[in-house]
Design a protein around this ligand. Structure first.
Ligand SMILES: NC(=O)c1ccc[n+]([C@@H]2O[C@H](COP(=O)([O-])OP(=O)(O)OC[C@H]3O[C@@H](n4cnc5c(N)ncnc54)[C@H](OP(=O)(O)O)[C@@H]3O)[C@@H](O)[C@H]2O)c1
Length: 313
């Protein structure tokens, strides 16, 4: 039973269950660690992840640092290639080619965005699809589009959001309406396809959608991935819905002091939590799942390379 509280108008409202993304991510990591150890024991194969970073953008270095650290914690061979900002397209392509040919590396991740003089698309498409643990290769996008979840790799953030959906609604979403707001290749499209594969009736909304609030109100599962702070209001949410907030927006927080900021999602959390049954917070919701699913994809890729059945997440 979700907790209740008195709303500002004196009416008792039932508050949504708030998904603890850190806790779910930790349980995914536990499964990754166990599967990594079992693979090593059965086949003598240590899962290997290579992360490439070009340039010195501090935010990208922080992300890559936590990915490499988590890979080590999972028991992977963890390799980080830190390249100078003046790296050429040819140098970067040559590094990817050498990692493609390295049997001890099962996952290759190129941290985006790359410096402006480099073209990321040919680099991403040159990663072997079976090592594309970010799930950005057109072969992996295509496998997802035709419903092949057995041999493809799925983009990490939608894969993580889908773990929440499965833990809330089970494997089969038959009869449920899902609305995904946002149609990016990185998130919106793969998320919609995952929901469709699980038998949900899926609508993809975007900036050209007419009457977005009423489209959202039809959703039993509402996923917001737009990048607009607190855009989704309580009256966009169907009572009892599951709301997954993917947005990460930094806004001014004068209440914390001059010049301070805070993170919010694409959903007006406090008011939406009075209508939804289940909701994810920002931060601490989908965010922690992205790194966890990167580890999951790497151990899946390593199992496939060793001819073993990978774990399910
Ligand atoms: N690890 C994580 O937690 C994680 C990972 C990925 C993304 N994110 C966050 O998720 C958000 C979306 O990321 P993204 O990469 O998918 O962004 P994106 O490529 O910028 O796509 C945004 C989507 O939102 C749509 N949109 C923009 N304004 C809208 C409006 N007023 N009404 C309806 N739809 C609108 C756009 O529609 P059009 O296509 O019509 O322009 C587009 O499809 C960002 O805040 C990002 O930081 C978080």
């Amino acid at each position: 039973m979700p907790p209740s509280r008195m709303a500002g108008n004196g009416r008792e409202t039932v508050l949504a269950t708030v998904i603890d993304g850190k806790q779910v991510a930790a349980s995914v990591i536990d499964t990754v660690k166990a599967a990594t150890a079992a693979l090593d024991k059965q086949s003598g194969v240590q899962a290997g992840l290579a992360v490439i970073i070009v340039g010195d953008d501090p935010a990208s270095h922080a992300y890559v640092g936590s990915k490499s650290k988590m890979a080590k914690e999972c028991g992977f061979k963890s390799v980080q290639h830190t390249l100078p900002v003046e790296t050429t397209q040819e140098d970067l392509a040559a590094l990817v080619a050498s990692l493609n040919a390295d049997d001890t590396i099962h996952g290759i991740l190129v941290q985006l965005p790359l410096p402006k003089h480099l073209n990321s698309e040919p680099i991403i498409q040159s990663i072997l699809p079976e090592k594309d643990v970010d799930g950005l290769h057109v072969v992996n996008a295509g496998k997802l589009a035709v419903g092949d979840l057995e041999t493809g790799l799925v983009s990490c953030t939608p894969a993580g959001a889908m773990v929440f959906v499965r833990r809330t609604h089970g494997e089969d979403l038959s009869g449920l309406n899902a609305v995904v707001v946002g149609r990016s290749n990185l998130f919106g499209k793969p998320m919609a396809q995952l929901l469709l594969n699980a038998n949900a009736t899926v609508t993809i909304a975007h900036s050209r959608t007419k009457d977005l609030p009423s489209v959202c109100r039809s959703a039993d599962i509402l996923v917001a991935a737009v990048g607009r702070p607190e855009m989704v209001k309580a009256d966009w949410v169907k009572r009892g819905a599951t709301v997954i907030d993917v947005g990460i927006n930094r806004i001014a927080a004068p209440e914390k002091g001059e010049g301070k900021t805070r993170l919010v999602g694409d959903v007006a959390f406090a008011e939406a939590a009075e209508v939804a049954d289940v909701i994810t917070p920002v931060p601490g919701g989908v965010g922690p799942m992205t790194i966890a699913m990167l580890m999951a994809n790497t151990v899946i890729a390593a199992h496939r390379a060793a001819g073993q059945t990978p774990p399910k997440f």
